[in-house]
Design a protein around this ligand. Structure first.
Ligand code: AMP
Ligand code: MG
Length: 320
């Protein structure tokens, strides 16, 4: 059974209810179709990674309704304000510092202190944001490694059974991903070329902009900046596949049979990988504090979301 529905006001209202309930909805934007979930809800964001089958937690773009909504999550520098006023709503994503008070799931930032925000121009995306009142984490609505979808039928082919519904807004006008610009450093940097050119961005800012070295990612149909991302890493040493806890260590447990430890958090006492993904970054941060000699992490199954969880834990444990 196809979950494609017309993007009329009745179905947008139903979609908004699904989003508020923590479910996923595919929605059209002017760039490509997005796989949307409440960006403040850890479980909903974990479901996005699970649905796409991503082998790692790359950070996700968060779609917001307004500049005010963006300002509640990220620090908007003068350069950010110029680009926002010039190109929003539209195919531009800004990577900005997260505010301390930012309520977005840490999973959308893959544990980092930055967040990627965009106000989409598509009327259906706008209506869904308004109606739900939620920020929408929205990566392209395709299984990992496949081409981004530019029609509702493409979404149904790849992710049909993973979403509550697919809002059909017709083919995407641009059909190319948004341009991702990082404003984290002194010189603005294009992390991913897209619907708006480097020249247009440099002209709006009145100063030079650099293009990040692009890493070929043919399968995704785009050049992903994945390798350029600085990954979240705890200050503490991280030890994987731990079956017991050494003195001074904190425990990051998984499942019902956790060994005793003075300081411990359990990613999922029932052994649920979606719950574990939802808790991963917040619990790592919580354990990574002064006085902790290291973090011992119990084994996590290398299946489903466990693949992305283990990828991130291996990076955290890598010598540096
Ligand atoms: P997609 O979700 O498929 O549209 O792709 C999102 C793009 O934005 C990816 O290339 C991410 O690497 C990039 N991105 C999202 N959040 C961040 C961030 N906090 N820092 C750097 N790049 C980001
Ligand atoms: Mg994508």
């Amino acid at each position: 059974m196809s979950r494609i529905v017309p993007a009329d006001s009745k179905h947008i209202a139903l979609a908004a209810k699904s989003i508020a309930a923590g479910d996923l909805v595919a929605f059209p934007t002017e760039t490509v179709y997005g796989l949307g979930g409440d960006a403040e809800n850890d479980q909903a964001v974990a479901k996005i990674y699970a649905a796409k089958g991503r082998p790692s937690f790359n950070p996700l773009i968060v779609h917001v309704a307004s500049l005010d909504a963006a300002a509640a999550y990220a620090a908007l520098s003068p350069a950010a304000m110029i680009l926002a006023q010039r190109f929003w709503p539209g195919p531009l994503t800004l990577v900005l510092p997260r505010l301390a008070s930012c309520r977005l799931s840490l999973l959308v930032s893959a544990g980092m202190d930055s967040v990627a925000l965009r106000i989409p121009a598509h009327p259906v995306a706008q209506a869904l944001l308004q109606e739900s009142g939620r920020p929408l984490a929205g990566p392209s609505a395709n299984p990992s490694g496949r081409i981004s979808p530019t029609s509702a039928a493409h979404v149904a082919e790849g992710l049909g059974d993973k979403v509550a519904m697919i809002l059909d807004g017709g083919p995407c006008r641009i059909g190319l991903e948004s341009t991702v610009v990082s404003l984290l450093e002194e010189v603005p940097q294009i992390l991913r070329p897209g619907g708006i050119s480097l020249e247009e961005i440099a002209a709006a800012l009145g100063r030079p902009v650099t293009m990040a070295a692009q890493v070929g990612d043919v399968a995704e149909g785009l050049h992903g900046p994945g390798r350029l991302l600085s990954h979240y890493a705890p200050a503490c040493a991280v030890r994987l596949n731990a079956t017991e806890v050494a003195p001074g260590e904190a425990l990051l447990a998984f499942g019902p049979h956790a060994p005793h430890a003075a300081v411990s958090r359990n990613l999922s006492p029932t052994g649920d990988l979606t719950e574990a993904a939802a808790n991963l970054f917040a619990m790592l941060r919580d354990l990574d504090r002064p006085g902790i000699g290291g973090i011992a992490v119990m084994p996590i199954p290398e299946t489903g979301l466990g693949i992305a969880i283990n990828d991130r834990l291996r990076r955290a444990a890598a010598p540096r």
